[in-house]
Design a protein. Structure first.
Ligand code: GLN
Length: 453
């Protein structure tokens, strides 16, 4: 049924870069046969899933939304893909994304944008717009996303779906195409909090193949997703990313205030907390991310794998690298490589990268202080609803500004979730409520999200 729906609707939505009908059906048939034979099966056996094209899939092209990897067929599976296969979940295909996960709209995909199922002229968020649009349009019940600065949560918000960025290190990054290694985190996209919890449980857990993987038991997110009241829970409203003076769209602000009322009705105590250094989160992020990205993307040298363009004559290795990187990377990727290379260069390192790292520490301390007073923090996930395709492509700073509420969690490594929060009166488009918790307390997100559902 999902494959039929993809065939019918995806030419319009363009959530998928690749559909593996054969592979998905083969898994589904195996599960059917096993079930008929009375075999005991994992909980999500037979439930299809879509995977963001940032995760390596053995034998299936993995592009990260880039010309550079247009023909790259990985020789191995990412750990999370191995886990999906072990859970016997049919993999429907690979979803569209901003090139190398740089963006908030999916417009930076080298293969054309994904459209928001709520309004086809609008963006589905990014970088994981493909995964969230697939879930929102019922092309897939579940999808995998990656969140470096909001790429699971913001697409969830603008498509009316659920998305979780787990605690940094909670889900393996082995086999995930790296953007900024100290920020990247894999997580679930779903239509309900309980669905997200079920997928979270499948993908989370220690992996010796990832040196930053946390070796600790996975919190009981599925149990938490059964929460129905929040008696005694202390909820903090982060002034710096929630105040009515923060320039958020009126409909976003109105739905946020209603969510606070709903939390109160469920027994939570709401207080305002201040995280003064969040004001510098965007500036720090847009130095740290390009720095790490410029280093990670140095591997695309046209020698080992990926696109190779050979200029006429007898070019040097350097000329081949230059021509290949020029042809293989889009403008946003080049912009960030240049920025990151500059920020890391000797003489500027202390002034830019060093300063940004200090701000990062201050932001982590803001979280620590806030979580000394409250159990979870809340804010709107994004300042606006989905904007029109093309509206911000000429203005990277305007695009970056939309990440204001999601970035602090990545800088500090704490978990975050976006749950649907109703539609804005002015445009009828979905808004999202962001919930943040201390590191390793991911179950709190699911408890709050579930109680609100
Ligand atoms: N929008 C942010 C950026 O462009 C987030 C990206 C992400 O989380 N992958 O960097």
């Amino acid at each position: 049924a999902h494959l039929d729906r993809i065939e019918r609707l995806d030419p319009t939505v363009h959530a998928f870069l690749l559909v593996d009908a054969e592979g998905a059906l083969a898994t589904a048939r195996e599960v059917d046969a096993a079930r008929a034979a009375g075999e005991e099966l994992p909980r999500l056996a037979g439930v299809p899933v879509a995977v963001k094209d940032i995760a390596c899939t053995q034998g299936l092209t993995t592009t990260a939304g880039s010309r550079m990897l247009e023909d790259f067929v990985p020789p191995y599976d990412a750990t999370i893909v191995t886990r999906l296969r072990a859970a016997r979940m049919p993999i429907l295909g690979k979803t569209n994304m901003d090139e190398f996960a740089m963006g908030s709209s999916t417009e930076h995909s080298a293969f054309g944008p994904t459209r928001n199922p709520w309004d086809l002229d609008r963006i589905p968020g990014g970088s994981g717009g493909g995964s969230s649009a697939a879930v929102a349009a019922y092309l897939a019940p579940l999808a995998i996303g990656s969140d470096t600065g909001g790429s699971i949560r913001q697409p969830a918000a603008v498509t009316g779906t659920v998305g979780t960025k787990p605690t940094y290190g909670a889900v393996s990054r082995y086999g995930i195409i790296a953007l900024a290694s100290s920020l990247d985190q894999i997580g679930p996209c779903a239509r309900t909090v309980a669905d997200a919890a079920l997928l979270h449980e499948v993908i989370a857990g220690h992996d010796p193949m990832d040196s930053t993987s946390v070796d600790a038991p996975v919190p009981d997110v599925v149990g938490a997703a059964g929460t129905t009241d929040l008696a005694g829970l202390r909820v903090g409203v982060v002034r710096e990313i929630s105040g009515s003076d923060q320039g958020f769209q009126p409909g976003v602000q109105a739905r946020f205030e209603e969510a606070l009322d709903a939390l109160r009705d469920l027994g939570a105590q709401i207080t305002e907390v201040s995280c003064p250094h969040f004001a510098y989160a965007m500036a720090a992020y847009y130095l740290i991310l390009p720095s790490e990205a410029s280093s990670n993307l140095a591997r695309y040298d046209a020698m080992r794998y990926g696109l190779r363009v050979t200029p006429d004559g007898s070019p040097s290795a350097e000329q081949v690298m230059g021509a290949s990187r020029d042809a293989g990377f889009g403008d946003e990727v080049k912009r960030r490589i240049i920025l990151g290379t500059y920020a890391l260069s000797s003489g500027y390192y202390d002034a830019y990268y060093g300063q940004a790292q200090k701000v990062r520490t201050l932001i982590a301390r803001d979280f620590e202080a806030a979580f000394g007073q409250v159990d979870v923090l809340v804010s709107p996930t994004a300042p606006t609803t989905a904007f029109r395709i093309g509206d911000k492509t000429e203005d990277p700073m305007a695009m970056y500004a939309g990440d204001i509420a999601t970035i602090p969690a990545n800088l500090a490594g704490v978990p975050g979730m976006s749950v649907p929060s109703g539609t804005a009166d002015e445009d009828g488009l979905p808004t999202g409520l962001q919930i943040l918790a201390p590191a390793m307390q991911d179950q709190r997100l699911y408890a709050v999200g579930a109680a609100l559902e």
